[in-house]
Ligand binder design. Structure first.
Ligand SMILES: NC(=O)c1ccc[n+]([C@@H]2O[C@H](COP(=O)([O-])OP(=O)(O)OC[C@H]3O[C@@H](n4cnc5c(N)ncnc54)[C@H](OP(=O)(O)O)[C@@H]3O)[C@@H](O)[C@H]2O)c1
Length: 244
C-alpha cells in the first residue's frame, strides 16, 4: 500500500456535501476509502445539480451541526473511524456577525461544532490510531473586514487544532488542519461571482488564481496519510501566497 492509498479506510467528512469538503470526500473515495458526509439538506438527492456538490458513491446523513444535540444524536456512519474531516462552515454578511444572533450562529457552526464532532468520535479515532483534519481559514490569522465572528471562529479552530493535537497525541491520534485562502465555492460567491470584487480579489493572490477544492484535497490527503506521521497540532496555510 502506498501512502495515499486509503483502501478500506473509513472516513467521515462533516461539511462534505459541498465545496471544499466535497472535493476532499471525493479525493478520499477515489483512493479507495469508504466515505460518508454530513450536510444540511434532507437527503442526498437534494444536492442533485448543485454546483460544487457531487455525492456519487458517498454515504449521506443530514446533521445540523449548529445544534449540539443533533451531533450527539447522529448515527455513527461506520463501525469505527479512521479519519474525521471537519469542513463545516458558514459566514454572514451585512454586519449580521456584529449582532448576538449572528455571532452565536457562526461560532456554533465554525468552532463549537468542531469540538463536539471531534469528541463524539474520540474513542473510534483512538481505537484506529486515526486522525482529524480541521478546515479553518486564513481569516483565523488576521482581521477580516465585516466578519468578526468568522475571523474569531477560525482563530478558535486553529487553537483547537493545537490543543486537541496535544491532548490526543499519547493515544496515537493526530489532529491537524489547513487554512484556505480563497476558493470558489458557494460560501465565497459573493466575491468570486461579482465582476469587480472578483478581479480585486484575484489581484491580491500572488499565484494569480483562486484555489480549487482539489488543491485543498491534496493537503487533506497528505495530513491524513502516513507521510504526515510526525505532524500534529499544525495548521498549514494553503492560499496561493495571499497572506505573504
Ligand atoms: N471557500 C473559501 O474560500 C474558504 C476559505 C477559507 C476557509 N474556508 C472554509 O472551508 C470550509 C468549507 O467551506 P466551502 O468554501 O467549501 O463552503 P460550502 O461549499 O458552503 O461548504 C460548507 C459546508 O458546510 C456545511 N454546513 C454549513 N452549515 C452547516 C450546518 N449548520 N450543519 C451541517 N453542515 C453545515 C454545508 O452543508 P450544505 O452543503 O448542506 O450547505 C457544506 O457542506 C468552511 O469551514 C469554510 O469556512 C473556505
Amino acid at each position: 500500500m502506498n501512502d495515499t492509498d486509503f483502501t478500506g479506510k473509513k472516513i467521515l467528512v462533516v461539511g462534505g456535501s459541498s465545496g471544499i469538503g466535497n472535493g476532499i470526500a471525493q479525493a478520499f473515495r477515489s483512493r479507495g476509502a469508504d466515505v460518508h458526509v454530513w450536510g444540511t439538506r434532507a437527503g442526498p438527492g437534494d444536492y442533485d445539480g448543485q454546483d460544487g456538490s457531487d455525492l456519487t458513491g458517498l454515504g449521506y446523513t443530514q446533521v445540523d451541526v449548529s445544534n449540539p444535540e443533533a451531533i450527539a444524536a447522529a448515527p455513527a456512519p461506520f463501525d469505527g473511524l479512521d479519519v474525521l474531516v471537519l469542513s463545516q462552515g458558514t459566514v454572514l454578511y451585512r454586519k449580521e456577525e456584529f449582532t448576538q444572533a449572528g455571532w452565536d450562529k457562526v461560532m456554533a457552526i465554525n468552532v463549537d461544532s468542531v469540538l463536539h464532532c471531534a469528541m463524539k468520535f474520540e474513542q473510534e479515532l483512538a481505537d484506529a490510531k486515526g486522525n482529524v483534519v480541521i478546515v479553518s481559514s486564513v481569516a483565523g490569522f488576521k482581521a477580516t473586514m465585516g466578519n468578526p465572528a468568522y475571523a474569531a471562529s477560525k482563530a478558535g479552530a486553529v487553537s483547537l487544532t493545537r490543543t486537541l493535537g496535544q491532548a490526543w497525541a499519547d493515544r496515537g491520534v493526530r489532529v491537524n488542519g489547513f487554512a484556505p485562502g480563497l476558493v470558489d465555492t458557494k460560501l465565497t460567491k459573493v466575491t468570486t461571482g461579482h465582476p469587480g470584487r472578483r478581479e480585486r480579489a484575484l489581484a491580491k493572490i500572488p499565484m494569480g488564481r483562486f484555489g480549487l477544492p482539489a488543491d485543498m484535497a491534496g493537503v487533506a490527503l497528505f495530513l491524513a496519510s502516513p507521510m504526515a506521521a510526525y505532524v500534529t497540532g499544525q495548521t498549514l496555510i494553503v492560499d496561493g501566497g495571499l497572506t505573504l
